[in-house]
Design a protein around this ligand. Structure first.
Ligand SMILES: [Zn+2]
Length: 62
């Protein structure tokens, strides 16, 4: 569960990030190129009150 750090209420989690105009998502990686260590696709949580968004990784395994 994530709380908005402005409103201190529960945020709605589990949204995907998409690049507008395409089906592309984004992902987080350590390094660049084909040898980059891929971490995971980030998810988004949204505060239903103020609209604050928060990026997070579901399975943290660094
Ligand atoms: Zn908020």
């Amino acid at each position: 569960m994530r709380n908005c750090h402005r409103c201190n209420i529960e945020m709605v989690e589990g949204f995907d990030i998409k690049v507008e105009g395409g089906a592309y998502g984004i992902k987080i990686s350590d390094g660049t190129g084909i040898f980059a260590k891929r971490i995971e696709k980030p998810k988004v949580a949204i505060c239903p009150k103020c609209g604050e968004i928060s990026l997070y990784i579901e399975n943290i395994n660094l």
